[in-house]
Design a protein around this ligand. Structure first.
Ligand code: PMT
Length: 407
């Protein structure tokens, strides 16, 4: 490999000190480092220590005349093979995602034509916040790469996801990318590789006549987030979805359906599966007769809408001869959440039930249709109440639980 160079952007977080070790590890592998330190980063490491290790001038100021004459911020990243952000703070990621450019680091991130590798590091609540997750999604769409974060003890005294990947792991990731690794997710572990995960999501729509239907407020956000999380961990994912207004996840086998009966048929068609996760808000009833002509107002007055029960997809799959090894149901409740979820666990023959309160404004906003969720994960062994978090964070935590159970 000819001599490689990275541009390291050091953000303002306690993990910034690890950037020093990173520079040394990279130097040992023959990779040169130019560095930018943000104003906040300078609270944790100094240009002197970074420059001492890299053997190069360190850049801090967007409006430094001498720096601009020597090497402008555009040239800084152009002359590197990869831009690496360590630690990638919530603030730096937000700026990069939204295209803000009010300091040297963010200006460089906006101006670069190189791949950018982020090593996020932040408090677990910040990591799980919907705003951070949205920013990550935008950065991923812009072909950014991520290494970490990992679960562990944090400087703030909490435990959870948000701890920065170790410098050795970041060094390995940098080396792989410089060697031409193009698969964005290839750097993450793939514990679900070889597993088929079947997921239902969204509402079903049950026709009454050509213009009317029975349905509910499910947006598909929770189910789609779970599909993405499982796919990122290497699973082959089939996502059977009712009608929703959100974009289908990438690298997932999508099956679009309308009614509960279509959804059941699509699920049965997708078997065998190792895991079935029933997130869809399936309409329990449908009109006994779907009229092929619009029902007239007067006609309906005389004849109230007759309903009939839909098949229970979860119950059918959990009790079928092709039963997936791990069956996870959801329970959407408005009262006695735990009690009803425990009853559903037994009645529907599930291994886990993820219960959520779908009362209006239950979690400070609505769960159905909203971005956040607060769930209780119920098994025969007990119940585990998770704190309020984004649906993306619920999905990541659930995918991790599936890994623990299966692998
Ligand atoms: O889509 P979002 O806006 O992100 O909202 C997410 C959600 C609130 C829809 C989701 O978190 C959720 O709770 N999904 C389950 C909705 C539901 O129908 O719950 P239930 O308690 O009525 O049904 C229990 C289980 O049986 C569920 O796994 C459901 O998918 C399944 N079921 C229900 C009826 C039926 N006919 N067939 C089924 O498979």
């Amino acid at each position: 490999m000819s001599e490689k160079r990275i541009l390291l952007i050091i953000g303002g977080g306690i993990a910034a000190f690890k950037a020093l070790l990173l520079i040394r590890l990279l130097a040992k592998r023959g990779i040169k480092t130019s560095a930018i330190i943000t104003k906040a980063g300078e609270e944790f490491v100094t240009p002197l220590s970074v420059g001492g290790l890299s053997g190069e001038k360190v850049y801090t100021d967007l409006f430094s005349l001498s720096d601009e004459q020597e090497m402008g911020h555009i040239e800084l990243s152009r002359s590197s093979d990869l831009v690496v952000v360590v630690p990638a703070t919530a603030d730096l990621m937000a700026k990069a995602a939204r295209g803000l450019a009010n300091d040297l680091a963010s200006t460089t991130l906006l101006a670069t034509d190189k791949r950018v590798l982020y090593a996020p590091a932040m408090n677990v609540r910040m990591w799980e916040h919907p705003a951070t997750k949205r920013n990550m999604d935008i950065l991923r769409e812009n072909h950014a790469l991520f290494v970490g974060p990992v679960e562990g003890d944090m400087a703030c005294g909490e435990f959870g996801f948000g701890r920065m990947a170790e410098p050795e792991v970041i060094t390995d990731a940098i080396e792989k990318i410089l060697a031409g690794e193009t698969n964005i997710d290839a750097l993450q572990p793939k514990p679900l590789k070889g597993k088929h995960v079947l997921i239902t999501a969204g509402p079903t729509r049950e026709p009454i006549d050509p213009v009317r239907y029975l349905s509910n407020h499910s947006s598909g956000k929770q189910g789609y987030a779970i599909a993405k999380a499982c796919q990122r961990l290497g699973a082959k994912v089939t996502l059977v979805s009712g009608p929703v207004a959100i974009a289908p996840p990438q690298n997932v086998n999508m099956v679009q359906v309308e009614t509960a009966r279509d959804m059941l048929a699509a699920c049965e068609n997708a078997l065998p599966a190792d895991v079935f996760i029933s997130v869809a808000a399936v309409a329990d009833w449908r009109a006994r007769e779907a009229h092929d002509r619009k029902i007239k107002k007067d006609q309906q007055k005389l004849q109230p809408l007759a309903l009939t029960e839909n098949p229970d997809i979860l119950h059918t799959l959990a009790n079928g001869k092709n039963r997936p090894g791990l069956v996870i149901g959801f329970a959407a409740e408005t009262d006695h959440v735990l009690k009803h979820a425990q009853a559903k666990l037994i009645k529907k023959n599930c291994d886990l039930i993820v219960a959520n309160d779908v009362s209006i404004g239950a979690v400070g906003g609505d769960v159905m249709g909203g971005d956040n969720n607060k769930v209780i994960v119920v098994s025969k062994g007990g119940a585990d109440a998770w704190p309020l978090m984004s649906k993306i964070a619920v999905a990541e935590k659930l995918a991790k639980k599936i890994v623990e159970i299966l692998v």
